[in-house]
Design a protein around this ligand. Structure first.
Ligand code: NIG
Ligand code: FE
Length: 406
């Protein structure tokens, strides 16, 4: 008998995401799972649960609803203060996102408000965002800094992420994004020196990943190479905001440096896509940001043809995507870009986990993986994107226990 302290039963369809020969979802009908100490210890058919598992703990009855692994969001910016709802309204009336990045507007405006905010306020805001992630079925996020943009304020943002991880049931994978843009008022060369000589070495214990935005209005190819090259030498894993607003070298740099992810990629070329696939980099696509900036569709077919894994992310941030909903991003990926519902689901689970180096641990349900899953009121896991903008999550399980909204 397998000992467990949590079990879930009567999942009408349980998607393990462990692809079988005839089903890419590794689907179990009338499925069940058991967990101990936050890890899955058994997955199978409900009728076998009692004979195989000795449960000493909570039992959750899914009552025929669908169960999938907790969603994994591979690109979020959850540490910020203030609103840019007015910039959203301007874009709806024809303003371009790029034109909003001058003076005290755009990212610079969020930087000013984030610097002015107390760490305790930023933590409260981030905690509310964590609750919305969990409510929408996300159990793991990659979380970037990037609105502090000096030594003290980036340290403050990383500290907020560390405290957030202690307080929330959401798994938080911290990314240092000091190279978001050159902050307002800073001298370019001096800021680059501070990034390379002070911030990168100081933050190695606090951040798993280092990210840079490689294109105007942010960093040039040469600057990005220098920054990320140094970050890699210091032991960071890399992510790159690349080819979001126009063509550029970001995807090549991600491939050259063996980045874990290249993100956005609307303007990636076929050669860059091939290079990324060869390098083992994951494409992290951000449909909600693409939608609110009226960007072009990323080259989905070329990515498919190259076998480049496509993750789907919310890109939660105050400028281009104020949304913690991965199901919404999945709907947009399908409706706006023609990704299949199966691709969207793999994108928000398996491929996202791979980009975070959590393969086999998150984004799938199998013995040894995190006991993170979502019970959904949908007829099949593939139907999630069909419910556009409506939260069909009944329950979120994180670390082998049901998460209760406060
Ligand atoms: O992922 N591309 C750069 N960063 C964000 C937007 C940040 C902002 O506008 O505040 C993004 O879309
Ligand atoms: Fe981003």
């Amino acid at each position: 008998m397998i000992r467990a302290d949590f079990a879930l039963r009567h999942a009408g369809q349980l998607a393990t995401m462990m692809a079988g020969t005839d089903d890419a979802l590794g689907r179990i009908r009338d499925g069940a799972l058991a967990a101990r100490a936050g890890r899955v210890v058994w997955v199978g058919q409900d009728r076998e649960l009692e004979s195989q598992v000795r449960l000493d703990g909570d039992l959750l009855d899914a009552q025929g609803a669908c169960v999938i692994p907790g969603l994994v969001d591979a690109h979020t910016h959850p540490v910020f203060a203030g609103s840019r709802a007015d910039e959203f309204a301007e874009r709806v009336s024809g303003a371009r996102y790029q034109a909003q990045q001058s003076g005290e507007r755009g990212i610079a405006r969020t930087v000013r408000l984030t610097r002015a905010a107390e760490a305790s306020t930023l933590l409260e805001l981030a905690e509310a965002r964590a609750n919305r992630f969990l409510a929408n079925g996300t159990t793991t996020i990659e979380a970037k800094t990037g609105y502090g943009l000096d030594l003290d304020n980036e340290a403050k943002s990383l500290d907020v992420l560390r405290k957030l991880a202690e307080r929330t049931r959401l798994r938080v994978m911290p990314t240092f994004l000091g190279a978001h843009v050159v902050p307002p008022g800073a001298e370019r060369q001096a800021y680059l020196r501070s990034l390379i000589d002070e911030m990168l070495p100081a933050f190695t214990p606090w951040a798993v990943f280092c990210d840079a935005w490689c294109e105007a209005p942010a960093f040039t190819a040469a600057e990005t190479r220098a920054l990320l090259g140094r970050a890699k030498a210091l032991g960071y894993l890399l992510r790159v905001h690349a080819a979001q607003l126009g063509p550029g070298d970001g995807p090549d740099i991600a491939a050259e440096l063996g980045a874990s992810s290249a993100d956005h990629l609307e303007f990636a070329t076929p050669a860059q896509i091939t290079a990324l696939a060869k390098a083992g980099t994951v494409a992290v696509l951000c449909p909600s940001a693409n939608f609110t900036t009226h960007g072009p569709r990323p080259p989905i077919e070329a990515m498919r043809d190259a076998g480049l894994p496509m993750a789907i992310a919310s890109d939660l941030n105050p400028g281009t995507s104020n949304s913690e909903s991965l199901p919404m991003a999945m709907s947009l990926a399908c409706v706006e870009w023609g990704m299949t519902p199966l691709e969207a689901l793999c994108g928000a689970t398996l491929h996202a986990a791979r980009s975070l180096k959590l393969d086999g641990l998150a984004g799938c349900l199998r013995p040894g993986s995190f006991a993170d899953c979502v019970v959904l009121d949908v007829e099949a896991p593939e139907a999630i994107p069909y419910y556009v903008g409506v939260n069909r999550v009944i329950q979120t399980v994180a670390g082998g226990a049901v998460w209760e909204p406060l």
